[in-house]
Design a binder for this molecule. Structure first.
Ligand code: GDP
Ligand code: MG
Length: 259
């Protein structure tokens, strides 16, 4: 019996959502990895459908992290600033290539003001979303420090990174163009995928989270397949080495007993 709520109809992903801009795209394929799609077709995705992937959203106070999560999860926008208090995470359920997949979106509960986010907040993330305000260059400058802090608790080789410029609606197109140049440079240095969004208008918000869900799903399935393959190889090696050991042991024992 399943206790999970049913997937919302609009959270169903059938193909890899594309990156917002080609220049910031680190994963250049335009469809899911073929081993992933065939594993999904044959329902060989192991425990992926039962696991929950953790996404942490970091960045300066008031850059729009809570509004971004609320726009996606609740489709709401509140113009009045309310400091996040006590909210830990929101859960979103997806169905990707027919496989259920859940994202846990972690919001900071006001700790960003003091830069003392507990390591449990950072730990075990599959994706890190570093948010900055497109109308405030200092928040972009601080983004590298946010990344450094978040990476202390995570494996840099496996975690997916996203640099997100928020409040796009506040910029004129010329202001935006200037900011985007800097943001693309920072994203490249970080090895992150760059996006720009507006939680007020909703521009790019759904596309962005679908992209995170799809890329974390893809890497989870690949890791799961690797684990299964390693186990198979491990078993063969174990049998062989046991055989050899047994043989050597019995030879040793024999020689001991004959002495
Ligand atoms: P947090 O501290 O990073 O969680 O920031 P919040 O999400 O609470 O947002 C801080 C302030 O920015 C609030 O007053 C929001 O109304 C405003 N804000 C957030 N996102 C947007 C946006 O996309 N456009 C505009 N115009 N304002 C935004
Ligand atoms: Mg907040």
């Amino acid at each position: 019996m399943s206790v999970l709520p049913p997937v919302r109809r609009d959270r169903i992903v059938g193909e890899l959502p594309q990156c917002f801009t080609k220049e910031a795209c680190l994963h250049t394929r335009d469809s899911f990895h073929h081993t992933v799609s065939s594993a999904c077709k044959q329902q060989r995705t192991g425990t992926v459908g039962f696991k929950i992937s953790k996404v942490i959203v970091v960045g300066d106070l008031s850059v729009g992290k809570t509004c971004l999560i609320n726009r996606f999860c609740k489709d709401t926008f509140d113009k009045n600033y309310k400091a996040t208090i006590g909210v830990d995470f929101e859960m979103e359920r997806f169905e990707i290539l027919g496989v259920p997949f859940s994202l846990q979106l972690w919001d900071t509960a006001g700790q960003e003001r003091f830069k003392c986010i507990a390591s449990t907040y950072y730990r075990g993330a599959q994706a890190i979303v570093i948010t900055f305000d497109l109308s405030d260059i200092s928040s972009l400058e601080h983004s590298k420090q946010w990344l450094r802090d978040a990476l202390k608790e995570n494996d840099p080789s496996s975690v997916l990174l996203f640099l997100v410029g928020s409040k796009k609606d506040l910029c004129s197109s010329s202001e935006y163009a200037l900011m985007e140049k800097d943001a693309l440079r920072v994203a490249k240095e970080m090895q992150a995928e760059y996006w720009s969004v507006s939680s007020l208008t909703g521009e790019n918000v759904k596309e962005f989270f679908f992209r995170i869900a799809s890329l974390t799903f893809e890497s989870s399935v690949l890791a799961e397949l690797e684990k299964t393959n390693a186990r198979k190889i491990g078993e063969v090696v174990r049998i062989n080495s046991n055989d050899t050991n047994l043989f050597q042991m019995s030879k040793k024992n024999k020689s001991k007993c004959c002495q």
